[in-house]
Design a protein around this ligand. Sequence first.
Ligand SMILES: Cc1cc2nc3c(=O)[nH]c(=O)nc-3n(C[C@H](O)[C@H](O)[C@H](O)COP(=O)(O)OP(=O)(O)OC[C@H]3O[C@@H](n4cnc5c(N)ncnc54)[C@H](O)[C@@H]3O)c2cc1C
Length: 234
Amino acid sequence: VEQILVAGGQAVGVRLHNGEVIKAPVVISNATLWDTYTKLLREEDLPPSYRQSALATPVVDSFMHLHLGIRAEGLEQLTGHHVVVQDANKDITEPGNTCMISIPSVWDRNLAPEGHHVIHVYSLESYAGWCRDQGYQEKKKLRSQPLLTALERVIPDIRERIVLELIGTPLTHAHYLRRYQGTYGPAIAAGKGLFPGPHTPIKDLYRVGDSTMPGIGVPAVAASGILCANSLRC
Ligand SMILES: Cc1cc2nc3c(=O)[nH]c(=O)nc-3n(C[C@H](O)[C@H](O)[C@H](O)COP(=O)(O)OP(=O)(O)OC[C@H]3O[C@@H](n4cnc5c(N)ncnc54)[C@H](O)[C@@H]3O)c2cc1C
């Protein structure tokens, strides 16, 4: 979708990147609030003060990702989920400190070629300072090191086992998931604010997903869809 079409203060459909226009009585955006309000709507479609305060919502960091294919021999006792906190004296949200490890081929052998495992490791990483310049490849390698170090706690000889290594940065996350700054979502702490509901100032335009009530996470975004569906029925 290139743009949500608004006429006379009312959402009337969407225009796709190929130019096709799809008319609709209701438009529901599942993109983040930043993507919806800056990319999918024109600035003049929203009341300035509403737009300004919505876009000022604090943003949770993005991520470093490490996707690996590894040789599996000798790892018969391996389990699939691990959380490694590298330094318990540091904030767990510090980039690279808390590393989440998933090895789904432990449970489903079809997810990797015979004799191999597939691994995903990720940790929080700020979007700021990342750009695809000459130093990008080197920085990717450097910033993925904490993920490998964390993985060494689970598989000590991990570096010798790697047959495929794909590193994702905040830029990768933003590009492939089409999320503003590759963010996890709005930084609205429990008890310190509420995620906005499905309504927008534009008639017949609703929002769902992880920048709406009740918040981030698969169960929460499913609930946001239910909330929106019930709003439409009223
Ligand atoms: C690394 C990581 C680990 C996580 N782990 C967990 C977990 O263990 N448990 C849990 O519950 N949650 C977890 N989450 C959170 C959860 O994945 C998200 O909150 C949830 O998937 C968000 O769903 P969504 O539909 O709101 O947004 P998204 O999944 O981001 O969907 C929005 C969609 O809109 C599309 N889009 C954007 N712009 C356009 C456009 N212009 N035209 C067409 N399409 C567009 C995007 O491509 C995307 O597919 C995790 C998130 C991350 C990043």
